[in-house]
Design a protein around this ligand. Structure first.
Ligand code: FAD
Length: 292
C-alpha cells in the first residue's frame, strides 16, 4: 500500500517548522527519520494532510556538554548515539540500549526525537530517558517547555506534546560519582521489539543503593519508572528484600497479551530482570536468581 496524498513542506529552521505546525495544527505531522512515520502512512494507519520535514535543520543535531548538563539534539540519529565518545563517557546506558533498537538500516535514519515522540511502549530509548531522569525540551511559537520524561509518555503512542510543538532536545545530568547502569531486554531475535526490558541507573555507595531508577519497558502502555526501587534503597539487599520489591513491581505493571507473549510471561520476565539488575549493579551474582 502507499500513503494517502499529502502536502510536503521542508522546514529550513526551527522557527520555520514551528510556523508550519502552528498553521496546520493536527492536520500536520513532523517527519524526522521517517522510520515509524512512513510505515504508518504507507499502511494507512494515519493520513496526515501535511508533512513537515525537519530533517535538514542543523540546529536540531548534535551532542554537547555544558557544565553538568548533557544536551542531545532531537535529530541525533540512533547511529550517532552508538558512535559518540561523549555518549559513551556521559551516558553509557544510552550507548548500550541503542544497539538493541532495530537494525543498522533503521538506526542510520531513525532519530532520538522521533523515537521519543513516537512513544512506543517497547521503546528502549524512552525507558532510558526515565532511568536517566531526562528533561525533554519542547518548543512552540508560544515559547519553550521543559517536561520531565516521567510526564512526557502518556500511553501507547501518546505523549504530552501538542500538535504545534516540536521536541528539540533532551537534557541529562552528567553522572555522579558511583553511578552505574544496567540494560537488558528479552526479544525473540536481536533487533526485534522487546518482549520485556529494563533500563536502570543507580548510585552505589559502599554496598548499598543510595539512588536507583528502574525503567521497565514493553510491560505496560508506557515505560514504567518502578516504585519498587524504593524498597531497595539504603539497605543491605537480601533475597527477601528483592521479593518485597518484586511484590511492589507486580502491582505497578500492567502488561498486555499479544502475539509475542502473554501478560503472565511479561510479569515473570520483569521479575527476572529485577533480580539480574540488582545482582549486576551490586556485583553480587548470588542475587540474580533472586526471590526468597
Ligand atoms: C523494522 C523496524 C524495527 C524497529 N525496531 C525498533 C525497536 O526495536 N525499538 C525501537 O525503539 N524502535 C524501533 N523501531 C522504530 C525506530 O526506532 C524509529 O526510528 C523511531 O521510532 C522513530 O524515529 P524517526 O526519526 O524515524 O521518526 P519518524 O518516523 O520521522 O517520526 C515518528 C513520530 O514522531 C513524530 N516526530 C518525529 N520527530 C519529532 C520531533 N522532533 N518533535 C515532535 N514530533 C516528532 C512524527 O510526527 C511521528 O509521529 C523500528 C522500526 C522499524 C521500521
Amino acid at each position: 500500500m502507499k500513503a494517502a496524498a499529502f502536502v510536503y513542506a521542508r522546514a529550513t529552521s526551527v522557527g520555520d517548522a514551528l510556523a508550519l505546525l502552528a498553521e496546520h495544527g493536527d492536520q500536520a505531522k513532523v517527519l524526522s527519520g521517517g522510520q515509524s512515520l512512513m510505515p504508518a502512512m504507507n499502511l494507512r494507519l494515519i493520513a496526515p494532510q501535511v508533512i513537515v520535514d525537519i530533517g535538514g535543520i542543523a540546529e536540531l543535531r548534535g551532542i554537547t556538554v555544558t557544565g553538568d548538563t548533557l544536551r542531545i539534539g532531537a535529530l541525533t540519529r540512533h547511529v550517532d548515539l552508538q558512535r559518540s565518545p561523549v555518549i559513551a563517557l556521559y551516558a553509557p546506558l544510552l550507548a548500550e540500549a541503542v544497539a538493541h533498537v532495530a537494525h543498522p538500516a533503521i538506526r542510520n535514519r531513525g532519530t532520538l526525537g522521533g523515537s521519543l515522540a513516537h512513544a512506543d511502549p517497547a521503546s528502549e530509548l524512552a525507558a532510558c530517558m526515565l532511568a536517566l531522569g531526562a528533561t525533554l525540551v519542547v518548543q512552540s511559537r508560544g515559547g519553550e517547555r521543559h517536561i520531565a520524561a516521567a510526564d512526557f509518555f502518556q500511553g501507547i503512542f501518546q505523549t504530552s506534546l501538542s500538535a504545534d510543538e516540536l521536541l528539540v532536545a533532551v537534557e541529562l545530568a552528567v553522572p555522579r560519582k558511583g553511578s552505574v547502569y544496567f540494560f537488558h531486554e528479552f526479544a525473540r531475535r536481536h533487533g526485534d521489539y522487546a518482549i520485556a526490558g529494563l533500563a536502570a541507573q543507580a548510585i552505589v555507595e559502599g554496598s548499598v543503593f543510595s539512588g536507583l531508577r528502574l525503567a521497565f519497558f514493553a510491560v505496560g502502555d508506557r515505560p514504567v519508572l518502578a516504585r519498587a526501587a524504593n524498597r531497595l534503597l539504603n539497605a543491605t539487599v537480601t533475597p527477601a528484600l528483592i521479593s518485597q520489591a518484586s511484590a511492589v513491581l507486580a502491582e505497578e505493571l500492567d502488561p498486555q497479551d499479544d502475539q509475542q507473549a502473554t501478560s503472565a510471561m511479561r510479569r515473570h520476565l520483569a521479575k527476572v530482570l529485577l533480580g539480574r539488575c540488582v545482582a549486576a549493579l551490586l556485583f553480587r551474582p548470588e542475587l540474580a536468581g533472586g526471590l526468597a
